[in-house]
Design a protein around this ligand. Structure first.
Ligand code: CDV
Length: 314
């Protein structure tokens, strides 16, 4: 069986607060069709792809923010996308805000799904590394309140066997953490798919703007190489009601090289004919985990979160 597939990334330009989910879905369907016309069998859409990046705003009650969330799979808003993707035989990754009744209470997560080429849901992931705060910082003209609106994901970093191969998922900030990818690579992930919304300005520290895109690229290229797997990273970007977010959506080969990148900050499709065998030599040689990993020295990775305090030497 051929292990080559044309896979696409469907970057979204800005979605304004006033824009409807139906409009966002129409834009994704247009990109789905474009990807299909280029021979793609799968397309990766961004994090929270149905609405503006609402965690930048302060809302007090669920009555105010529940309009950004989806219930059920497919949710009513997603149905046209599911239908068109199944008709074309194109699988997809989609990020959305999930609201679900579980354990006798209402829960909310920053979630992504994999939908296979026949329209069946092949996997679900709930974002683990939630950035920002739960209370407003109030020093900036926008906030990053993911910890206010979402619970930490409870599904772990799994991999999913699909019609095109074994896929692992993560979301935005997760890509900055090497643990994310290694856990999935240890389960044989051949592809990592992720969406992101990365504000151009770091509200926690006055960082030069160019570093935002550099750190994004550094993270996904390192993840691909260090795990011998493909990375597909899809931005929602541009200025949403004046709040700028980086573009730089990319397809990264297991060699760590970006083989396709978006050029702008609008809706844009990039595709690449991906050889899933390309990472085999990396996983057989320098990153042959079974031969070279030294887990007896990695205990601290799961034993502590922060740096261990040590008395200063006299
Ligand atoms: N949506 C995100 O997770 N954004 C973060 C920002 C806050 C740094 C990111 O890692 O891109």
């Amino acid at each position: 069986m051929s292990r080559k597939h044309v896979i696409a990334v469907g970057q979204l330009g800005p979605i304004m607060l006033a824009e409807s989910k139906a409009e966002a879905v129409d834009r994704m369907i247009a990109m789905l069709r474009e990807a299909h016309a280029q021979g793609a069998v799968w397309i990766v859409f961004p994090e929270l792809a149905l609405t503006t990046f609402f965690p930048r705003y302060i809302y007090e009650t669920p009555e105010e923010y529940d309009r950004f969330f989806e219930e059920g799979l497919p949710s009513p808003a997603m149905r046209p996308l599911f239908a068109e993707a199944a008709r074309l035989g194109v699988g997809f990754y989609l990020g959305y805000a999930e609201k679900v009744a579980e354990g006798g209470r209402m829960r909310r997560f920053n979630t992504s799904i994999l939908v296979d080429r026949d329209g069946t849901v092949a996997g679900k992931y709930r974002k683990v590394h939630l950035p920002g705060t739960s209370e407003p910082v109030l020093k900036a003209d926008f906030e990053h309140l993911e910890k206010r609106y979402f619970e930490v994901g409870d599904l772990g970093f799994n991999t999913f066997d699909t019609s095109i191969g074994r896929i692992g998922m993560c979301i935005c900030n997760d890509r900055r953490w090497p643990e994310t990818f290694r856990v999935m690579a240890l389960q044989g992930a051949e592809m990592f798919m992720l969406g992101y919304n990365t504000p151009t300005r770091n509200i926690h520290h006055p960082e030069p703007a160019h570093l935002r895109e550099f750190h994004h690229r550094l993270s996904i290229e390192a993840a691909a190489y260090q795990n011998g797997a493909w990375v597909f990273a899809s931005a929602k970007c541009g200025a949403e009601d004046g709040f700028a977010m980086i573009g730089g959506s990319a397809i990264v080969a297991p060699t760590g090289e970006s083989v396709a990148r978006t050029a702008g900050e609008a809706d844009e499709v990039i595709c690449h004919n991906c050889d899933l065998g390309l990472g085999d030599y990396i996983r057989r040689t320098v990153f042959d985990f079974g031969r070279h990993r030294r887990i007896e020295h990695y205990g601290l990775i799961t034993a502590t979160t922060g740096v261990i305090e040590r008395e200063a030497a006299k």
